[in-house]
Design a binder for this molecule. Structure first.
Ligand SMILES: [Zn+2]
Length: 157
């Protein structure tokens, strides 16, 4: 995606701008991002900004983030980029359906730092525990489709 300023990122959310925390963007490699995701320092919130497939506008979505902990050895796959993590590499991200006043939510298991775009390009460590023989373009398409479907169901797109 193209570079986006901090103020444009904030404006893409419908909630009041003061509630949106935006990190230092100087190190973001925009060309390697299909959407921008980041985590609030508290760890309880995730933010996703993407380009709407409907009208090309920027859409920001706030998600609740719940880290998954288990004492058992377990593998987890991110539903967006299909990266397979060991133990604590994923988190449960919950989106509240717009207009439902918090009554309806849709949750998915996603890479805990929302850095799926980097993982698809093998730019984030550790690597996936499952190797896929799929073209990067196809992985990006699949990720976009899953993200769009999720956020369309929650009435954000
Ligand atoms: Zn992922």
């Amino acid at each position: 995606m193209d570079e986006i300023s901090a103020s444009a990122l904030k404006e893409s959310f419908e909630s009041s701008e003061d509630d949106i925390w935006v990190p230092d963007l100087s190190h973001v490699s925009w060309s390697n991002r299909d959407f921008l995701g980041w985590i609030h320092p508290s760890g309880h919130l995730g933010y996703v900004v993407l380009i709407s497939p409907q009208d090309g506008s920027l859409k920001g979505v706030v998600m609740r983030r719940l880290l998954r902990s288990s004492t058992r050895v377990r593998l987890d796959m991110c539903c967006l980029c299909h990266h397979v993590h060991r133990l604590d590499g994923t988190a449960m991200f919950t989106v509240t359906e717009k207009g439902s006043r918090g009554r309806r939510t849709i949750a998915n298991v996603v890479c805990k730092d929302l850095d799926c775009s980097l993982r698809l390009r093998n730019l984030a460590e550790p690597g996936s525990l499952m190797t896929e023989t799929l073209y990067p373009e196809a992985k990006i398409w699949r990720m976009q489709k899953t993200l769009h479907r999720w956020l369309t169901r929650a009435k954000y797109l």
